[in-house]
Design a protein around this ligand. Structure first.
Ligand SMILES: Nc1nc2c(c(=O)[nH]1)N[C@H]1C(S)=C(S)[C@@H](COP(=O)(O)O)O[C@H]1N2
Ligand SMILES: [Mo]
Length: 234
C-alpha cells in the first residue's frame, strides 16, 4: 500500500529552511567542543526515534548525515530476528539471515552520499553483498525487468531497473564506514546505490522482488525521478 501523506520533512521547504538556520547556530557552537558531540548525537537520535511527525529529520548530526524516516517509529532488528526475502520473478526464492549475508563474498563500494536537500557526505564506504550476486543466486526469469525494494518500517519502497540493479556499485550494505550499519542509518541492512541520490538507498531493507516493470518508489510517487542519477547529464 502506498502511503500518500506528505511527510513533513520534505514537504515544507520554507519552514524547513528557517528551522535549519536556527539550528545551525547551535551546532556551530558544538563543533568546537568535541566532548559535547556524542551527547548531541544521542539527543538527536532519541528525539528522532520518538518523533511521529518526522520533523527531527531536520536535526543535523555531527557526522554529516541527517536522520530520515517517512515512518514515525521503526522497530529495531538484531542478527537474531533480521530476515531478507528475495522473490518475485525468480527461479529460487530465498530468505537470508544476517549471518548468511555476512558469510557471502563482500563488496566495498566508496561513493558520495547526496540528499536532494543539499547535504552531502563525500567518499563514504559501504560494504556488503553485491545485488547482482544475490540476483544471480535467485535466478532472474526472462520476464523479470526491474527490482522492487521493501523495508521493515512498513512504508518505504524503492525500485531499480534490472540493468541498474546489476551495476557493480550497487550493494546490499551491512557496513558503513567499515562498521556495522546502525539502526539510525538503516541497519542492519540497507541498499546503497552509489551513482544515485540517497533517496534510492532504502534503509531497513527487508524485501527484494523482481518485477516485470519498474514500480515507482515512495518518493517517486511524489515526483522524484525514478532514475535518480547524481550526474544529471547521465
Ligand atoms: N526506509 C527508508 N529509507 C530511506 C528513507 C526513508 O525515509 N525510509 N529516506 C531516504 C532519503 S530521502 C535519504 S536522504 C536517506 C537518508 O538516510 P540517513 O537517514 O541514513 O541519512 O535515506 C533514504 N532511504
Ligand atoms: Mo533525501
Amino acid at each position: 500500500m502506498v502511503d500518500r501523506r506528505r511527510p513533513a520533512e520534505e514537504g515544507t521547504p520554507i519552514a524547513r529552511r528557517v528551522m535549519l538556520g536556527t539550528l545551525a547556530a547551535g551546532v556551530l557552537g558544538l563543533a568546537t567542543a568535541p566532548f559535547l558531540r556524542s551527547g548531541w548525537d544521542r539527543a538527536v537520535s532519541a528525539a528522532s526515534a520518538n518523533d511521529p511527525t518526522g520533523l527531527t529529520g531536520l536535526l543535523p548530526s555531527t557526522d554529516g548525515f541527517r536522520y530520515f524516516s517517512v515512518a514515525g517509529s521503526v522497530p529495531e532488528k538484531t542478527a537474531a530476528d533480521y530476515r531478507l526475502e528475495i522473490g518475485g520473478l525468480v527461479d529460487r526464492p530465498i530468505t537470508y539471515t544476517l549471518d548468511e549475508l555476512r558469510a557471502m563474498p563482500q563488496t566495498r563500494v566508496v561513493g558520495d552520499v547526496e540528499c536532494t536537500d543539499g547535504w552531502r557526505v563525500p567518499g563514504t564506504p559501504f560494504t556488503g553483498v553485491s545485488l547482482a550476486h544475490l540476483l544471480d543466486l535467485a535466478g532472474v526469469r526472462p520476464e523479470g525487468k526491474a527490482v522492487r525494494f521493501t523495508c521493515f518500517d512498513g512504508v518505504y519502497t524503492e525500485s531499480l531497473t534490472l540493468g541498474q540493479a546489476r551495476r557493480s556499485d550497487v550493494v546490499i550494505a551491512l557496513d558503513m564506514q567499515d562498521k556495522p550499519l546502525t539502526h539510525e542509518r538503516g541497519g542492519p541492512v540497507r541498499l546503497y546505490v552509489a551513482p544515485m541520490y540517497f533517496y534510492k538507498s532504502a534503509k531497513w531493507l527487508s524485501g527484494i522482488s523482481v518485477t516485470e516493470q519498474v514500480v515507482p518508489g515512495y518518493w517517486e510517487e511524489y515526483g522524484y525521478d525514478v532514475d535518480g542519477w547524481l550526474d544529471r547529464a547521465a
